[in-house]
Design a protein around this ligand. Structure first.
Ligand code: HEM
Ligand code: HEM
Length: 185
């Protein structure tokens, strides 16, 4: 067995899930919502920094990025039900992760700015000019992004289920508990 996911990355994953659950439950509790949103931004900055400095090759930031030919070969391998096995992220997971990070960053920014403009509230309200109509539009974008995020999470869970099935490996156990994965033959 190989140690693929270290404890900082396993903790990051659990904290991210808990934060996103909290964000979807606290739309009406703006203080908690804002603090949690800012915490998510902190988590992403932590993940990117960790991905740059880590020596674990499976957790490096570069493992999120694949070329078109790798993506194509991977999709074909799934369609043939002979999934090419990756120890770190597979090419489709890489795309989902990049989109998730981008959406989460945009959500924190749109949340803070939209809230400050529309309600004149929040930690950064003193930095932002109040503009009710524009704030409302920005919060519409925030709402739209939250639907995109849900779709991506759905895609992530389907991906984990399909990969676990095709590679006959308990991927959830690896990311949540042990961090270990079977070696590639
Ligand atoms: C709100 C829900 C979730 C979000 C936002 C989320 C997000 C992420 C992110 C960002 C990563 C990349 C980890 C990294 O390299 O830093 C990841 C990896 C992973 N997640 Fe999730 N996750 C969620 C729920 C779950 C659940 C419920 C499961 C298991 C059933 C799961 C299984 C995995 C696995 C197995 C990986 C390893 C990466 C891979 O195989 O590509 N995730 N997740
Ligand atoms: C990753 C970060 C964030 C996520 C995932 C998130 C998620 C959500 C979700 C799911 C909703 C409900 C959407 C709807 O049905 O309209 C919402 C609403 C809202 N969020 Fe966030 N949020 C984040 C960050 C923030 C931050 C930092 C603020 C700043 C205060 C904020 C302010 C708001 C406001 C004001 C609303 C209500 C929008 C309305 O009036 O329609 N959000 N957010």
């Amino acid at each position: 067995m190989i140690q693929v996911w270290s404890s900082p990355i396993r903790s990051f994953h659990i904290l991210l899930i808990l934060s996103i659950l909290t964000l979807f439950l606290t739309e009406d509790f703006k203080k908690i919502h804002e603090i949690t949103g800012l915490f998510v931004l902190f988590l992403i900055i932590f993940r990117i920094t960790y991905g740059i400095i880590t020596k674990n090759r499976y957790e490096k930031i570069s493992t999120f990025f694949y070329g078109l030919s790798d993506i194509y070969k991977f999709i074909i391998s799934i369609l043939k039900q002979k999934e090419i096995r990756y120890l770190g992220h597979n090419p489709l997971a890489g795309i989902v992760m990049i989109l998730m990070f981008l959406i989460l960053i945009m959500m924190t920014i749109s949340g803070v700015i939209g809230f400050a403009m529309k309600e004149e509230e929040g930690f950064f309200a003193f930095l932002i000019t109040n503009n009710f109509e524009l704030g409302k539009e920005i919060l519409h974008i925030h709402h739209f992004l939250s639907n995109l995020l849900l779709a991506l999470i759905g895609f992530h869970l389907i991906g984990v289920a399909v990969s676990s099935f095709l590679t006959k490996e308990n991927l959830a156990k690896s990311i949540f508990i042990t961090g270990l994965k079977r070696k590639n033959q």
